[in-house]
Design a binder for this molecule. Sequence first.
Ligand code: F0G
Length: 458
Amino acid sequence: MKLPFSESYKIKMVEPLYRSTYREREQWIRDARYNLFNLRSNQVFIDLLTDSGTGAMSDRQWAALMLGDESYAGSSSYYKLKDAIREITGFPYFLPTHQGRAAENVLFSAMIKEGDMVPGNSHFDTTKGHIEYRRAKAIDCTIDEAFDTTLNHPFKGNVDLKKLEKVLKENARDKIPMIIVTITCNSSGGQPVSMKNLRDVRKMADKYEIPVMFDSARFAENAYFIKTREKGFADISIREIVLQMFKNADVMTMSSKKDAIVNMGGFIAMNNKELFDRASIFNILFEGFISYGGMSGRDMNALAQGLYEGTEFDYLETRINQVAYLGKRLKDHGVPVQYPFGGHAIFVDAKRFLPQIPREEFIAQTLAIELYLEGGVRGVEIGTLLADRDPETGENRYPELEMLRLTIPRRVYTRDHMDYVAAALNNVFDRRQDIHKGLKIVKEAPILRHFTVELERD
Ligand code: F0G
């Protein structure tokens, strides 16, 4: 008998979970103003809000913490991290930051100015926020296939080269500070970008002399998809694929809270010394001296170790298989999900799940609330709330996809937990015709409103 697939790690430490009642959840979500970010974590049974900073560190990472060097300047932890980044990404220069958006803040302070255009593949919300905050524009050049959740395309994160070239052609070179490629592309469903596409973007960027930046939060998952889906890469190691990927970028930002499996941290890495010098000034202003930038020495040690573990094939296989397992349980029941399944999450197509709810009533948020009520499972809306209002017109922006993201923390939940989540959402699917009411905004912030928005149900 062929032996079945099984996880590549075992559990050494556990954390208790509280299984609440429907009644309790009704009260809690009302008190939270129908915003899942306002819930206390002990009001949640299975927390799929994000895979960011929610992973379980390994015994080796915890051991590395104890060797942290907390010297203000020149600590051994800084050099350990510098070596790991160089070995894994190939970039010789790096700046630590406290998380991914801090890396964006530092880098964009050095590179983006008012009136600029920044093309990319579905920029993540903080990335877009940092661009728009500088009165520049993020232009989405994702391939159209990404927006059809039923379409089977292996690399739905790809940049549409025609859309990209149009932006590069129609704008002066000094108006385009960079092209951003997000690997994997979170906003379109944790979808990967192929090596071919990365190389094609590089070629086009060279033609127009524009730097390329990779938003690299989930670069290792992207490499796994290249290995398993793209022709010619099956026999190449993840580490080698990662190096080949980053050859196509000038600079990267990293939220280490994802593929580097730490609870906090980030960095910028680059080839160019001149850019490093310019960005260093902002790093010192916003984050801290360049040898710690918002991180303690012990955290840099754990991050260095996490970069090695996060790029091991066996770990990635366990990770991606678990996400796909949940996806399959839902898909087999008829739940509309982004397909192929993404790297870090299953994205449920809320428009197809609840077609009777008008988009003005926040379809994906409505579904997220129903899932919470059903089983205490917390997902997150990736839809109209997240998309914010247009900064110029003040109107709601209605993205093509209204998604409920079920984001799987790394090395945290078991297969039984996935079965539980699938059962809860499948139950909601079975009673979907009885859901008639959406939500209304009572209070919202002008930017990144989904974190603090207050909603009501009639
Ligand atoms: N880029 C991408 C692609 C991301 O997914 C995130 C964060 C960031 C940048 C910002 O990094 O949180 O460390 O400041 N994504 C989290 C999520 C919040 O839930 O998807 P950060």
